[in-house]
Write a protein that binds this ligand. Structure first.
Ligand SMILES: [Fe+2]
Ligand SMILES: [Fe+2]
Length: 317
C-alpha cells in the first residue's frame, strides 16, 4: 500500500500578526461607527447652510457661475455634495473593498493569523456601512431640498476608471492583485485629508459634516491597518513584485490627485447651464488653479518605513 505524503502540521504559533492591528481589532465593538446608534439626520439638517463648499467648486470664481441665479448656484452646490458622496461610494465599492477582499483571502500568502483576518473583515464591514451612510446623506439632501439630483446621471469616479484601466492592462492576475492592493493602500492612507475638506468647514450643512466626521473616525484606524498590512505583504514579496506594488502606489497617488471634470460637465449639462462647457475648458487650461488637496504624508511615511522613499519616483515636495 502506498503511503500518502503527510502535510506539514499547522503551527498556530507561526502565523503573522501585528500588535497595532490586534489592538484595533480588539476595540472595534466600542469604536466602529457601524456599532453606534445613528444620529437623527433630519433634525440636524439646516436649510440655511451650504451643501458643499464653494472653495471646492473648480469654477466658483468664474463669471458664468457668479452670474447664475442664487437658486441655480445652490443647486450646483447640492450637486457638489451628491458628486462627493458618489465618489466616496465608488471608491469604497471599486477600490477599497476589492483590496481588502484580497487580504481577507490571504491572496498574497503571508500566512495571516486570525487577528489580522478579523481586522480586515471588520474594515470591510465598516466600508459597506460608509457606503450606506453616504447614500443616506445624498437621499436626505434630495428630500430636504426637493430636487431630483440623481447620481445615475454622473460618470463613474475618475479614480475608479483609472483603476479599471490599470487592472485591464495588468500582465497577469498576480500583478493585478498587487496593483489592487496598492490602490487600496493609497485610498485608505489618504482618504482622511479628502474627508477633512468637508468636516472642517463651519459654513457647511451640519448633516454633511457629521456624516464625514463619523466616516473619518473609522478611517484613522483603517489607515493604521492598511499601513501595517502593506508593510507585511511588501516584506514577503520578491523584488519584481515589490516593483509592481510601488508602481501601483505611484499610479494610485496620481489617480487620486487628478482633477476629473467629467462629473462637473455632466452636472452642468443636467442643469442646462449656458456656457458651462466653455467655463470648464477655461478652468481646466488655467494653470494657476490649485490642485485639490491630497495629503500623501502617510504614504511617504510608509515608503520610508519600507526604505523605498527614493525608489518610487515621486517628487514628495
Ligand atoms: Fe470608508
Ligand atoms: Fe477605510
Amino acid at each position: 500500500m502506498i503511503e500518502k505524503p503527510s502535510l506539514p502540521d499547522f503551527d498556530a504559533d507561526d502565523v503573522v500578526e501585528s500588535a497595532v492591528v490586534s489592538r484595533l481589532a480588539g476595540n472595534w465593538n466600542k469604536r466602529a461607527t457601524v456599532k453606534k446608534s445613528e444620529p437623527d439626520l433630519d433634525d440636524l439638517f439646516d436649510t440655511s447652510k451650504h451643501d458643499y463648499p464653494e472653495a471646492l467648486i473648480p469654477f466658483a470664481d468664474h463669471d458664468v457661475y457668479r452670474t447664475l441665479s442664487d437658486t441655480t448656484r445652490a443647486k450646483l452646490r447640492a450637486w457638489g455634495w451628491i458628486a462627493f458622496n458618489k465618489n466616496v461610494m465608488d471608491v469604497e465599492q471599486h477600490v477599497v473593498h476589492p483590496g481588502f477582499a484580497l487580504l481577507a483571502q490571504d491572496a498574497f500568502d503571508i500566512g495571516m493569523g486570525d487577528v489580522l483576518a478579523v481586522a480586515v473583515t471588520q474594515a470591510m464591514v465598516d466600508e459597506q456601512y460608509h457606503t450606506l451612510m453616504h447614500l443616506n446623506a445624498s437621499a436626505l439632501t434630495r428630500r430636504k431640498r426637493g430636487w431630483a439630483l440623481s447620481e445615475r446621471c454622473l460618470p463613474l469616479s475618475g479614480t475608479v476608471r483609472r483603476r479599471h484601466a490599470t487592472q485591464a492592462s495588468a500582465v497577469d492576475s498576480n500583478d493585478a492583485a498587487l496593483n489592487s492592493l496598492a490602490f487600496m493602500t493609497v485610498a485608505e492612507i489618504s482618504i482622511t485629508s479628502y474627508l477633512n475638506l468637508i468636516e472642517d468647514n463651519e459654513l457647511i450643512q451640519p448633516v454633511n459634516r457629521a456624516t464625514v466626521a463619523l466616516h473619518n473616525r473609522d478611517e484613522y484606524c483603517h489607515a493604521s491597518i492598511a499601513d501595517e498590512m502593506a508593510a507585511i505583504v511588501f516584506e514577503s514579496l520578491n523584488s519584481g513584485d515589490r516593483r509592481v506594488f510601488l508602481d501601483g502606489l505611484a499610479d494610485g497617488m496620481d489617480a487620486f490627485s487628478s482633477t476629473d471634470f467629467s462629473t462637473w460637465s455632466a452636472i452642468l449639462q443636467q442643469e442646462g447651464v449656458v456656457g458651462g462647457d466653455c467655463m470648464l475648458q477655461e478652468v481646466e487650461t488655467d494653470g494657476s488653479r490649485k490642485q485639490l488637496v491630497q495629503d500623501y504624508g502617510g504614504i511617504r511615511s510608509l515608503c520610508r518605513k519600507l526604505d523605498v522613499e527614493d525608489e518610487i519616483g515621486i517628487d514628495w515636495s
